[in-house]
Design a binder for this molecule. Structure first.
Ligand SMILES: C[S@@+](CC[C@H](N)C(=O)[O-])C[C@H]1O[C@@H](n2cnc3c(N)ncnc32)[C@H](O)[C@@H]1O
Length: 201
């Protein structure tokens, strides 16, 4: 993704951002401080919402996707110290127990092996750290569930990356996290998850 493509990506989300996404990003990051890892940061849509005292390492698997994020850092106000890095969430180049918080927004729909990535997140997260996610998921009401299951094959064939019906909260638990809070938005399409490593985990 060049800077121009990054701009197009931001434009494609414009309406959703106005309707709800921006507000949810702000809400997700309100209590996030310290040494933070953001997975699949893309064009850096979350960058404006980090608290000033955070140090954020924002990674994405595709180098060009970080072009938009770089621009936001250069033109934005002082939202903590932000470092960009190319990395695969399934193979994170960080030592064990490094981060206070890990963030993902709209990422787990496209990671090929989500369980693998969550186990990596668990490895680099401090034992008392927290995982914060805002993900679009398999519908959480009977109607949206049917809709996402029905639309998924067509969408995936066209788009090639994004799964419409992932049960991300289930995978979070399979990876050994304990979900502390979970809220549903967007008529059952969007889920905010806050999870921690259980003291026995
Ligand atoms: C839909 S975009 C979301 C971008 C941003 N988080 C947001 O909220 O707008 C998904 C991003 O996840 C990245 N991604 C997908 N698989 C990944 C992986 N295995 N490791 C790191 N990033 C990945 C993609 O390159 C893409 O930039």
């Amino acid at each position: 993704m060049s800077t121009l493509e990054a701009k197009r990506y931001d434009q494609s989300l414009w309406l959703l951002e106005k309707l709800r996404l921006t507000q949810l990003r702000e809400q997700l990051l309100a209590d996030v401080y310290g040494d933070v890892l953001e997975i699949g940061a893309g064009t850096g849509a979350n960058i404006p919402f980090y608290n000033k005292s955070t140090t954020v390492t924002a990674v994405d698997i595709i180098p060009n996707r970080l072009a938009g994020a770089k621009k936001k850092i250069e033109t934005g106000s002082d939202n903590g110290r932000i470092y960009l890095s190319v990395a695969n969430a399934q193979e994170l180049p960080f030592v064990r127990d490094k981060f206070d918080h890990v963030i993902s927004t709209l990422v787990f729909c496209s990671i090929p092996e989500p369980l693998h990535a969550l186990l990596e997140i668990k490895r680099v997260l401090r034992p008392d750290g927290q995982l914060w996610m805002l993900e679009h998921v398999r519908g959480l009401t009977p109607v949206t569930q049917r809709l996402t299951d029905w639309l998924h094959p067509v969408w995936f064939a066209l788009q090639g990356e994004c799964h419409l019906n992932r049960e991300t909260a289930v995978t979070v638990q399979q990876a050994g996290f304990e979900i502390e809070n979970s809220c549903v938005y967007g008529r059952g399409f969007l889920q905010m998850i806050q999870a921690k490593i259980p003291s026995t985990g």
